[in-house]
Design a protein around this ligand. Structure first.
Ligand code: NAP
Length: 254
């Protein structure tokens, strides 16, 4: 029996929402672990800069323009990755929107926009990559959920609903695909400082309230999330399937 292995040499990993925030550093961490990383999002300038940075750090990366709210963009993007690399070993389904809304103020457009990216987009990414992985008999899908999938957060009704749905999607895919070499898990972070959250975390009353909920007394950073992704993507994580890994400093232990 060998010691746990975290090396991803020879693996092809696709990360959505890699142009900034969590996805950006998850992509860097996957490249650091040895994977060939495809960084996907809509902001191609940001993706080019990330590819340059990963190369400078000694890793392998290419950029892919992708809008997860468009099924044709998903299908074209996955086909393009297959043409280039012949397989997809790891999908990190990270693209997401995190706006907050009071429930009484939610519009149909608010609902549709967040559902389309956070839930519908994530499902059809998983389906498109899952089909490829099932043909190869190997794959790791890691969905970027949130602690807001298991606890309610006031003024985040649409967001919490998308992430709760993502957890259920994770479990069903894990049941359907786990026996064919494809594991499906989710990572569920607490508040992480990113371009998507910094405006809220800079408000004194907001951060005070957040820190009061986190027993370890700090919000997370992007590499805390990347660490969990690397574990689930790696050979060391092969027996984990259908799990939602909370990276929340104990928020949900209350
Ligand atoms: P962020 O800084 O706002 O970045 C969001 C990323 O998603 C960007 O790279 C953006 O790229 C991409 N994206 C948005 N719409 C897209 C679309 N239609 N197609 C493709 N990519 C799209 O967000 P973050 O804070 O890093 O969050 C990343 C993920 O972690 C999200 O799923 C979020 O729900 C989850 N999460 C975050 C936190 C937190 O506190 N930060 C906590 C728990 C969970 P483009 O605009 O270039 O397309």
């Amino acid at each position: 029996m060998t010691f746990p292995q975290f090396d991803l040499q020879g693996q092809v990993a696709l990360v959505t929402g890699a142009s900034r925030g969590i996805g950006y550093d998850v992509a860097r961490a996957l490249a650091h672990a040895g994977a060939q990383v495809i960084v996907a999002a809509r902001d191609t300038d940001a993706l080019s800069q990330l590819v340059e940075r990963i190369h400078a750090e000694g890793g392998k990366a290419t950029a892919l323009e992708l809008d997860v709210a468009s099924l044709s963009s998903i299908q074209d993007g996955v086909a393009h990755v297959l043409e280039q690399f012949g397989k997809i070993d790891v999908l990190v389904n990270n693209a997401g929107l995190g706006f907050n809304h009071a429930a009484v103020a939610v519009t149909e457009q608010d609902w549709d926009e967040m559902m389309n990216v956070n839930l519908k987009g994530a499902f059809f990414m998983a389906q498109a990559c899952g089909r490829v992985m099932l043909q190869h008999g190997y794959g790791r899908i890691i969905n970027m959920s949130s602690q807001a999938s298991v606890v309610g957060i006031a003024d985040h009704v649409v967001y919490c609903t998308t992430k709760g749905g993502m957890n259920q999607m994770t479990k069903v895919l894990a049941l359907e695909w786990g026996g064919q070499g494809v594991t499906v898990n989710a990572v569920a972070p607490t508040f992480i400082r990113t371009p998507g959250t910094s405006e809220r975390l800079d408000r004194p009353e907001f951060i005070e309230n957040v820190l009061a909920q986190i027993p370890v007394g700090q919000v997370g950073d992007t590499m805390d999330v990347a660490a969990a992704v690397i574990y689930l993507a790696s050979p060391a994580g092969k027996l984990v399937n259908g799990h939602v890994l909370l990276v929340d400093g104990g928020w949900t232990a209350h």
